[in-house]
Design a protein around this ligand. Structure first.
Ligand code: NAG
Length: 258
């Protein structure tokens, strides 16, 4: 009995696969151990599979919720109210912030608004419609720490989201007046709320540094210091329109004269 079972193993090991032969041989002699080992292996593989699977799902869900919680998506929600507030001044609009392609294509869809976009971080993982906007010159990448690549008074309205939160006061001092420089009728700033969820650490390389979510009193003080004043007319209309529709933005929205 033992002779017969040893012999095949020897033949296999002669063939150059001693360990495999030995393994088969050993397993065939003790089927319960083999079964248990296989079941355990299967369970481990299944756990590994589902863990990696759920890992992927969680990541994409986080990515979605992050972009949903961003102030750029808030710009999209606020567009109807901005139109009411600014009326004919919504003719030439510049959006500055991540995901600018989405804002620009939304604005262009209606045909009445001319829109341009500045993407401050990167334009690498963009879809074909965004690439086409970039090719046509509607959207461009530009580091907002440096002067914007536009002439003064190029736009009626400049809308900024998810961009100033990443600048230190030193850069804000340069960037904010430059945003005002290129617009004639107003500057609308969407800034994160201090209580808001911050981007994941994995997103940081894109933005360069963690967002500094400042309070509304900090911003107000800062605007006064910088000599920027509230854009009273549009602000009043904006508040009327939003309160009528019970729209409550998740971000702070500032309307400044330029
Ligand atoms: C930014 O500008 C304000 C007002 O001009 C000034 O008080 C402040 O010191 C400046 N901050 C930095 C970091 O340069």
């Amino acid at each position: 009995m033992s002779r017969r079972s040893v012999n095949p193993s020897r033949r296999v090991s002669d063939g150059g696969l001693p360990s495999v032969g030995g393994l088969f041989h050993h397993k065939s002699r003790s089927p319960p151990v083999l079964t248990i080992a296989l079941v355990v292996l299967g369970v481990i593989l299944l756990i590994a599979y589902f863990n990696s699977g759920s890992g992927v799902t969680v990541t994409s869900r986080e990515a979605v919720s992050r972009s949903e919680g961003s102030c750029t998506s808030e710009v999209m929600r606020a567009l109807p109210y901005l139109k009411k507030a600014y009326g004919t001044a919504m003719q030439k609009v510049l959006h500055v912030g991540p995901d600018s392609c989405t804002v620009v294509s939304n604005l262009l869809k209606e045909g009445k608004v001319e829109a341009w976009g500045v993407e401050p971080y990167d334009l690498e993982d963009t879809d074909s419609s965004c690439k086409s906007l970039v090719r046509k010159g509607f959207v461009r990448m530009s580091d907002i720490k440096f002067p914007l690549p536009y002439r003064s008074d190029s736009f009626n309205l400049v809308v900024v989201s998810d961009a100033l939160d990443y600048l230190t006061p030193r850069y804000l001092n340069k960037t904010l007046p430059d945003l005002a420089r290129v617009s004639t009728d107003g500057l609308v700033i969407f800034a994160g709320n201090p209580g808001q969820q911050k981007p994941k650490v994995s997103e940081l390389p894109k933005f360069g540094r963690p967002a500094k979510l400042r309070s509304s009193s900090w911003w107000t003080r800062y605007f006064v210091q910088t000599g920027l004043t509230e854009n009273e007319g549009p602000l009043k209309k904006f508040e009327e329109a939003t309160s009528k529709n019970e729209y409550k933005p998740d971000c702070q929205i500032f309307h400044l004269s330029t």
